[in-house]
Every structure is written in C-alpha cells, then in structure tokens.
Ligand binder design. Structure first.
Ligand SMILES: Cc1cc2nc3c(=O)[nH]c(=O)nc-3n(C[C@H](O)[C@H](O)[C@H](O)COP(=O)(O)O)c2cc1C
Ligand SMILES: CC(C)CC(=O)C(=O)O
Length: 336
C-alpha cells in the first residue's frame, strides 16, 4: 500500500493529496486504525483440508465475489478524470459493491450506468423534503442500500485543509447528487440536533436496507437494532472526525458481540491479512477508503481494479495459510 500512496502523492495536487490522506487534529486516530492491524497476529490452524477457497459473501441479497467493498469517499474527479464512474467500473469488474458518497462529483445515474452494484451514502439532512428527494433519486438509480453516516454531527477539524484554505470544490466540480428538486446544488448540512428520531424517519421513507456508518459503541449497536436498521459499519470515518476516537478494529469485537446484525468495518484495511483479521474479529465484510482513491489517482479504473484483485489474491492466500476455506470459517481464536 505504501508504494501506491507514494505514487498518488506524486501525481496529486498537494492540496488534494492532503484532503484525501489527512485526518482530524493530530491524526492519532488515523494512525491508530492501521496500527491496530499491525498489532494483531494470526494464530493459524493446520491440516484443515482447506482446498479451493471460496470468498463469496452475500449482503442484503447482493452476492459479492469477495468480502471487500469500496467505502464512500468524496470528490473522485479531483483524483482522476474518470471520477466515480471509473471506481464503479472497477467494482463491477471485480464483483463487489461501491458505496457512493453524498459528495460524489458525478451524477449517480452515470455511476450506475457502469453496471456496478451500488449503495448510496447519505448524510442525514435536516430538511426532510430534500432528504426524501435524495433518497428517491438513489432508489431510482438502482442503489440497493442506504448507508447513513452518523459520525458527523459537525464536520471534523482537519488542520491540513485549514492550512490550505481548502473549503470548497474548485470551479467546474460539484456534489452532483446534492441537487434539489429545482436542480440547485445544496451544501451538505451537518446537524448536531439529529437523533434516533431521524433514523426512524429515514426508515419510514424507504424500503431499502439501512446501514448506520460510524458506530463505535456497543450501546449504539443495540439501539440501532431496536430502530430497525439492517446493518452497521464500525468506523471512525478514517480518523477524519473525532481525533482520539478508538481504532475501528479495536471497537469491532464489542460491537459485534452486542448485535445480531451484520457488522462491517472500515479504517486502516490495507492488505488481505487485515481483511482476515477483521472477519475473524466479527466483521461480515470490510470497506476500503483511501487506497481506492490512491489507486484511482494513479491508474484510473484499471488502478482500482488492480487494487481489488491484489486484495483478493492476498485474502485467498492467507485464508489457505490460516486454515480457513471461506470467510465464515474465521473465528476470534485465530487472532492474538
Ligand atoms: C477523502 C475521503 C473522503 C471521504 N468522504 C466520505 C463521505 O463522503 N462520506 C462518508 O460517510 N465517509 C467518507 N469518508 C470516510 C470513508 O468512508 C471511510 O470511513 C474511511 O476512509 C475508511 O478508512 P481508510 O481510508 O483508512 O480505508 C471519506 C474518507 C476519505 C479518506
Ligand atoms: C465532503 C465531505 C463531507 C466528505 C467527507 O466525509 C470527508 O471528507 O471525510
């Protein structure tokens, strides 16, 4: 991964590089996400007659060829002219799901035209009519789930962006999926007044499965189930919101223990071994954020496809070495 990050830094405008790579505050949580994987060791089983591995995983009726999804990240056209459609084409080719950010720089309909299986990431919007308009559009475009990001009652304080004065998209770029009924692009509202009532309202507004993204506390996992949510994403937003928050991997076991819902995790997943560790500690699947943006920056859709195929090869390989045939065979005793 480091090689790709270095290459991405070399091709990107330094302001955009800092936006993509950076985190909140002192970036402690950003670092902690990767360090949590580096701290874990795998305790393999032997002589399990594993044979051919089977990486397939089904999530809310969609079969994925590997338990690795593309996390929602903003502004793909700032990384590469192919933009979100390039990322989606790679997801389609690899047979996985792309979660499209609310801050995507291409219309969801164009992204969907790649044939990729898409989920739509929604920042809960205080204007109920506008929010419903966004949800309807995602539904019409064929998105198969809503990922509601709940870790952003306010926007994270990111020193790198403040230093650069990077506060809005350059001319010629827009959050194309934040258009209202009149076609005007609205700012993404973050609202500290949002509560579980808002989740209930979103649920009432759609039949799509709803995942809450940004859950770290087991108490919130229990509440999510009570509010009819379909799944959780354990995440600290890649260390971009609350600096000092627990590493995503460290939060995973308690959240998974607190709920019967499918639990996904993102933050710091860089290699097949990381995927194995996350699945063993209770995740049904993982999502990858920055590495996808870096691969897009350096190689467009082909770069992203290559990244996904590398992760697939690595995961297949480490499953064999750890004595597991499929993701469901992974259990917490395999991780020290
Ligand atoms: C450049 C960038 C933009 C992001 N934009 C969004 C977003 O629009 N919505 C969201 O829910 N999460 C967003 N995230 C957070 C990711 O979905 C994910 O939680 C995080 O990147 C995972 O960590 P990783 O980058 O270490 O893989 C963004 C992350 C990055 C790096
Ligand atoms: C445009 C932002 C709201 C995207 C985001 O979530 C992020 O930069 O972490």
């Amino acid at each position: 991964m480091t090689a790709t990050a270095d290459r991405a830094q070399a091709v990107l405008d330094p302001v955009y590089w800092d936006y993509f790579a950076g985190g909140a505050g002192d970036e402690r949580t950003l670092r902690a996400n990767e360090e949590a994987y580096a701290r874990r060791r795998i305790v393999p089983r032997v002589l399990r007659g594993v044979g051919e591995r089977d990486l397939r995983t089904t999530l809310f009726g969609t079969e994925l060829t590997l338990p690795v999804l593309i996390a929602p990240t903003a502004f793909h056209r700032l990384a590469h002219p192919e933009g979100e459609a390039g990322t989606a084409a790679a997801a389609a080719g690899a047979g996985t799901v792309m979660v499209v950010s609310s801050a995507a720089t291409q219309p969801i309909e164009e992204i969907a035209a790649t044939g990729a299986a898409l989920w739509f990431q929604l920042y809960p919007q205080p204007d109920a009519a506008f929010q419903e308009h966004l949800i309807r559009r995602a539904e019409r475009a064929g998105c198969r789930a809503l990922v509601v990001t709940v870790d952003s009652p306010v926007f994270g304080l990111r020193d790198r962006d403040s230093r650069h004065g990077f506060t809005e998209l350059p001319a010629g770029y827009a959050c194309e999926n934040m258009r209202d009924a009149a076609g005007r692009v609205r700012d993404i509202a973050m609202d500290a007044a949002l509560s579980w009532d808002h989740v209930d309202r979103i649920r009432a507004a759609t039949d799509l499965p709803i995942l809450l993204k940004g859950v770290l506390h087991p108490g919130d996992a229990e509440l999510a189930a009570a509010h009819g949510v379909a799944g959780l994403i354990v995440s600290n937003h890649g260390g971009r919101q609350l600096d000092g928050a627990i590493a995503a991997l460290d939060a995973l076991p308690a959240v998974a223990a607190a709920t019967a819902l499918p639990v996904l995790v993102d933050g710091g997943v860089r290699r097949g071994t990381d995927v194995l560790v996350a699945l063993a500690l209770g995740a049904t699947a993982v999502l990858i954020g920055r590495p996808v943006v870096y691969a897009l920056a350096t190689g467009g859709r082909r770069g992203v496809r290559e990244l996904l195929e590398t992760v697939r090869t690595e995961l297949d390989h480490v499953l064999a070495l750890a004595g597991a045939r499929r993701p469901a065979d992974l259990t917490p005793d395999l991780v020290a």
